[in-house]
Design a protein around this ligand. Sequence first.
Ligand SMILES: [Fe+2]
Length: 453
Amino acid sequence: MVNPYLEGNFAPVLEERSEDHELEVTGALPPDLDGRLLRNGPNPVATPADPADYHWFSGDGMLHAISLAGGKATGYRNRWVRTRALAGKVSTVRPSGPMEPIDGPANTHVIRHAGTTLALCESGFPHAVSPDLSRARVHDFDAALSSPMTAHPKVDPVSGELVFFGTDPFGPPFLRYHVVDATGELTRTVELEVPRATMMHDFAVTATQAIFLDQPVIFDLALAAQGRALPYRWDAQAGSRIGVLPRQGSAADVRWITMDPSYVFHVLNAFDDPGPDGSDRIVLDVLRYDRVFDTAPGDPIASCLPALFRWTIDPLARTVDETQRDDTPMEFPRIDPAVAGQAYRYGYCTRLGDDPAQPSMPGLVKIDLARDEVVRFDPGEGRACSEPVFVRATDGTGEDEGWVLSVVHDAATDRSDLVVLDATSFAGPPVATVHLPARVPFGFHGSWVATNS
Ligand SMILES: [Fe+2]
């Protein structure tokens, strides 16, 4: 096998489809699911020149939209994100001129905020996407954004603000913190001083703090000069630090706390948790790897598997306490958006296969932090899951009273389904399965976008 990320359901689909008609459903779709599940993932438009060097993180972004309304599945469509890079006009990896926005592959996440749908990837600027997914343009918040944007912004459920950061390997500054208000206007940028560009994939936001993960995966100019698809490498000597910035603070207020090297792609959630002595503790629940990017190009990105850890940070004492909460290999963590940044109980993840050399996603898990329990959903033999997206039921009052949506690939038919689980009966069976007319390749992240948003 030349590259596992070009094989099986990692392989790209080559057709853009517009299935604007009712799709077959098994079971009963909850009628309160009225909107679209949008998904994003890498789908290289052409076979990479050197398949062995192709990296899963670098393929051109493709969006998938599954429409639900009135207890029916009303359509499916998929489109490449129309970046200028896709049209061959600009490089995906370097600015074409001073302050020119970098496109990047726009392949990691898709969100909707302040009436705009944004395709996101940390190596480039956001792309605003048209409702039919057929058009896209660089979105730089009226020229207020001057460097790439993370694919993992956080929406404050109280203020409606979109809080995010961006890293710029061509800095300094290598790191910026930004706030976009509920109307979509970029109102605040704080430039943060870090010694080098590292791969910061995600971060955390509580009601009062923003937390940055400066971990030892470093941008390597020599690898970039070689034309490597992803010029990053593990360097334990670079050390690990957590940066804590009060959300209303300035660059002078950030506190950096050193900790043992490890790597976190994704944070499940974080919240302020004042200690009994009144100290300003912060809790971060993360999926922690011992190390990543310690493998050959084309190989899985890590030689180990991630597990759920709780990091309790004391910013004044500058300490981080690490406690493993579960040993199930899992990734792509999601929560109910209503509890983002707040004390919470439940999380949902993709369960990973036990062999890091054979990347697979054979199920889903629901994490119950109050009971210290992990419940599994098994999609059946030969079926593989994607990131679970939680949608609170219209009449749901409890934190897990809602639906979990995951696109599931069936190896026997080489087609995909949208599986809808009742989160309160997570082990299944699904309440509904929408049979899609095509295969949806394994991707990264997505969002439920209600029709009225
Ligand atoms: Fe991610």
